[in-house]
Design a binder for this molecule. Structure first.
Ligand SMILES: *[C@@H]1O[C@H](CO)[C@@H](O)[C@H](O)[C@H]1NC(C)=O
Ligand SMILES: *[C@@H]1O[C@H](CO)[C@@H](O)[C@H](O)[C@H]1NC(C)=O
Ligand SMILES: *[C@@H]1O[C@H](CO)[C@@H](O)[C@H](O)[C@H]1NC(C)=O
Ligand SMILES: *[C@@H]1O[C@H](CO)[C@@H](O)[C@H](O)[C@H]1NC(C)=O
Ligand SMILES: *[C@@H]1O[C@H](CO)[C@@H](O)[C@H](O)[C@H]1NC(C)=O
Length: 426
């Protein structure tokens, strides 16, 4: 028993120290951030006359905050409610401060932030380091300090700072400066940086050492859009660049492949399962962007799947990797706790590129994935609530039936040497 506690503590300490020595030290994001953000579902919909319930307004964020609490999202770990672009007035006020659009946010941002905090949620907002935001609202260039102070006064807990309207070669300097101003406010503010996205899309490699010291999370690549091709495009880019990116992920600092589009218009149920599985494996921030007032229960169940969230939130914070494509099915793995003497436990995600119309029978072994545990594993299918646990060793075939362009996720818990031979009681 002592041995096992010891084994768990050492790697944890190691990773936390790693975070505090090399990474940003604001105490936030020790596991990937979870929440809701309006952009992917509501974009810059500001027509409140025709769409009063959908337009970017205090009413929208209040009703989403209500759903976050009442429908179990907060309890599952989704704690941030975040405004993206298109909230601001087109001009700064007489004191040079950002203000919300007076018609859509008549009670002010502080009032909305209080409403969200009173529910036990946290509050996030959007800015842009350039002269204008991507949608043409005032940017923070030349106003970094006053904007940091304003956000802190409003009770902001999370800032997404975009990078439109700026020279992409110089973009990093501005984010580092903004981090100093955020820190000087004394308020811990999760800092989401879009700087690598702009550089990587121009074919430049971002400085991930600097990112890790400056930001809690960063958008590496293209914005997600409401279709499967966008999801697979992002997943392929992360797989291609994983050796360069994955080492920079860890407690306090994360690569961000962008929002979850589960429950929107573009993904089937199977494709939604795939996005959730891969995002969990990548230790990606889980930021929903869906109308929580009308989401279908089957999509809600994916977002609220406790076992899959636990894979994502595993305290080691290791970003999982693409391991192998077998019969047009991608297999990704992520080391998770518990770690035993024989080796780590692993989550295993499958993402099918097949389109041949029937659930394909795939088999593989742990050995094929390069995973070993001398005592074997206990295997659990995280999308099947009542599926029996199964004991396996490294060389026994694992069989998964996976639907076209679908996703599955398994948890292979490493067995400690002291565990009795039967599965009972695990
Ligand atoms: C500011 O930075 C210092 C040094 O890294 C850190 O200890 C402190 O927690 C930070 N404060 C906030 C509010 O982020
Ligand atoms: C926030 O605004 C609402 C509606 O405009 C109002 O009823 C409430 O009193 C305000 N709350 C605070 C804390 O100002
Ligand atoms: C990247 O950032 C680190 C930390 O700020 C710095 O020491 C290093 O020189 C930078 N690398 C390049 C290639 O600019
Ligand atoms: C695994 O797949 C291979 C290739 O399709 C097949 O020959 C083999 O019989 C399968 N094994 C099991 C246990 O299904
Ligand atoms: C794994 O289990 C299979 C089936 O129970 C058995 O035939 C095989 O010898 C085992 N392999 C190892 C390495 O234990």
């Amino acid at each position: 028993m002592n041995n096992r506690v010891h084994n768990l503590t050492v790697p944890l300490l190691f990773f936390y120290l790693l975070g505090s020595v090399f990474g940003l030290d604001n105490g936030l994001g020790l596991t990937p951030p979870m929440g809701w953000m309006h952009w992917q579902r509501f974009r810059c919909l500001i027509d409140c006359e025709h769409y009063p319930d959908e337009c970017i307004s205090e009413k929208l964020f209040r009703s989403i905050a209500d759903r976050m609490v009442e429908d179990g999202y907060l309890a599952a770990g989704y704690e941030y409610v975040m405004i993206d672009d298109c909230w601001a007035s087109k001009k700064r006020n007489a004191n040079g401060r950002l203000e919300p659009d007076p018609e859509r946010f008549p009670s002010g941002i502080k009032n909305l932030s209080d409403y969200i905090h009173d529910k036990g949620l946290k509050f996030g907002i959007y800015g842009d380091y350039g002269t204008y935001t991507c949608a043409g609202y005032p940017g923070s260039q030349g106003h970094l300090k006053v904007d940091a102070d304003t956000f802190a006064e409003w009770g902001v807990d999370y800032l997404k700072l975009d990078g439109c309207h700026i020279d992409y070669k110089k973009i990093d300097i501005g984010y580092i400066e903004m981090q100093k101003h955020l820190n000087n406010t004394g308020r811990p503010i999760m800092f989401s940086c879009s700087w690598p996205d702009y550089q990587e899309e121009m074919g430049m490699q971002a400085n991930y050492t600097a990112l890790q010291q400056t930001c809690n999370l960063w958008r590496n690549w293209k914005d997600i859009e409401d279709e499967w091709a966008s999801v697979t495009g992002i997943v392929d880019w992360f797989a291609l660049n994983q050796n360069r990116l994955a080492p920079f992920a860890g407690p306090g600092h994360w690569n961000d492949p962008d929002m979850l589009i589960i429950g929107d218009y573009g993904l089937s149920y199977e494709q939604s399962k795939a996005q959730m599985a891969i995002w969990a494996i990548m230790a990606a921030p889980l930021i929903m962007s869906v109308d929580l007032r009308t989401i279908e229960p089957k999509f809600r169940d994916i977002l609220l799947n406790k076992d899959i969230i636990a894979v994502n939130q595993d305290r080691l914070g290791i970003q999982g990797r693409f391991i192998l494509r077998k019969e047009k099915i991608d297999i990704w793995t992520k080391p998770v706790l518990p770690k035993e003497e024989g080796g780590h436990s692993y989550a295993i995600a499958l993402m099918s590129r097949r389109v041949d119309g029937y659930p394909y029978r795939l088999n593989f072994t742990m050995a094929e994935l390069g995973i070993k545990n001398s005592n074997g594993f206990v295997l659990k299918d995280l999308y099947k609530k009542d599926a029996p646990l199964k004991e396996i060793n490294d060389s026994e075939p694992i069989i998964v039936r996976i639907k076209p362009s679908g996703g599955e996720i398994l948890l292979a818990t490493a067995k400690p040497s002291s565990t009795p031979a039967t599965v009972e009681g695990i």
